[in-house]
Design a binder for this molecule. Structure first.
Ligand code: ADP
Ligand code: MG
Length: 364
């Protein structure tokens, strides 16, 4: 799928912007703090109604403004659709998003925060696998939300210290187990798909044949039946009541990511860790394409920094197989078949046009 055009009003540092990107690779270059990441955020927001960099949408409208709007055309082989979305700041400091939705739109975004998938706490890896599972299975994120509500209620009972707490737990146990196993089942499938693709993508990027492995890790080992999770809860009942927290379930799980059998957290340079994070994102492309029935738009924020020239070429080769890609960089990059744009102070100029603009200033 592709974004045909996008129009921003009061979005971050953009007062207004009209941008018609190329249908393939778009290179967005410019110095720091000019609006490159903000533009990627807007493209992602158009497609999904979410920001890949913040959960606080109130940060998005331009500081002096009370609302932002984003409109654009999303196209695929079966036809296009015009989508409009708004973010309105609320008096209580929050924000409200509204507007059209496009069920088939998919985006895969890579940013500096993705280093956390490799080096961060388990929560970062759970967010990663849930984001991916959400792109594969519509409804996954709603299930996750439901699970979190059940978990909060169950923890509340565990902390209540009431005499009949154990009896009160029973209905929550059942719900935790049925929704929990549903989440675990989808995450396991998602991790297995990543494993298959990562085995191809990572060596293609690094240029080195290394065995890379990603596995879903849960205290339930290979268990697939709800009864097995229930049994684990019963086993841990005393400890849970003493500590006041739920100790089994998808909220405690993690992903093991290994290179040649070594945990990547303790592996190599930041460049290598960033490359693994990028490979994980690019490994999402094929499974998401198959699940959604059309190719996702790729938003790659500063994805080439800290990578050497040879690896950068490998990244270009890999993304050449994708459909529409937006790649930001503080420096000009040697890419064939790319539309080059300069981002400066909340404006986006086609590189040729930028030259013309500079030329006319020089002549004046
Ligand atoms: N809500 C906002 N209103 C106005 N400016 C903002 C807002 N949020 C961020 N900015 C500004 O946007 C600028 C560019 O940000 P960004 O897109 O991250 O730059 P970069 O080109 O380095 O990726 C920064 O100077 C930042 O202060
Ligand atoms: Mg940036």
């Amino acid at each position: 799928m592709q974004i045909g055009w996008i129009q921003l009003v009061e979005f971050r540092n953009y007062r207004t912007l009209e941008f018609s990107p190329s249908s393939h690779l778009n290179l967005l270059t410019g110095p720091n703090a000019q609006g490159k990441t903000n533009l990627l955020e807007a493209l992602g927001f158009l497609l999904t109604g979410r920001s890949f960099r913040t959960s606080r949408l109130s940060e998005v409208p331009r500081w002096e403004a009370t609302s932002s709007s984003v409109a654009g055309e999303i196209c695929r082989a079966e036809g296009g659709r015009t989508v409009r979305r708004m973010i309105r700041k609320l008096d209580n400091g929050g924000a409200q998003a509204s507007g059209d939705t496009c069920e088939w739109a998919r985006v895969i975004a890579f940013g500096w925060q993705d280093l956390d998938i490799v080096t961060g706490a388990p929560g970062a890896r759970r967010n990663f696998i849930d984001g991916f599972a959400g792109r594969l299975y519509p409804g996954h994120l709603a299930t996750l939300l439901r699970y979190r509500q059940i978990l909060a209620r169950r923890n509340h009972v565990l902390q209540s210290r009431e005499l009949d707490a154990e009896a009160q737990l029973e209905p929550w146990d059942e719900q935790l187990v049925s929704v929990g196993m549903e989440l675990i089942g989808r995450r396991r499938k998602a991790a297995a798909m990543l494993q298959t693709e990562l085995g191809r993508v990572f060596p293609a990027l690094s240029g080195v044949r290394q065995k890379v492995e990603i596995r879903y890790r849960t205290a339930l080992a290979e268990a697939t039946e709800a009864a097995e999770m229930l049994a684990a809860l019963v086993r841990l009942r005393r400890v849970e009541l003493r500590r006041g927290v739920s100790l089994v379930g998808p909220h405690r799980d993690d992903l093991a990511i290994e290179l040649d059998g070594i945990d990547v957290r303790s592996f190599g340079s930041r460049g290598q860790q960033r490359l693994i994070a990028l490979a994980l994102r690019l490994a999402e492309v094929l499974p998401v394409t198959e699940a959604a029935g059309s190719t996702p738009v790729l938003l790659l924020d500063d994805a080439l920094s800290e990578l050497d020239a040879r690896v950068r070429q490998n990244v270009f080769r890999e993304i050449d197989g994708a459909e529409q890609v937006f790649l930001t960089s503080p420096e000009a990059l040697p890419a064939r078949r790319a539309a080059c744009w300069t981002v400066r102070a909340g404006a986006v100029l086609r590189e040729g046009d930028a030259d013309v603009a500079r030329g006319s200033v020089a002549q004046a």
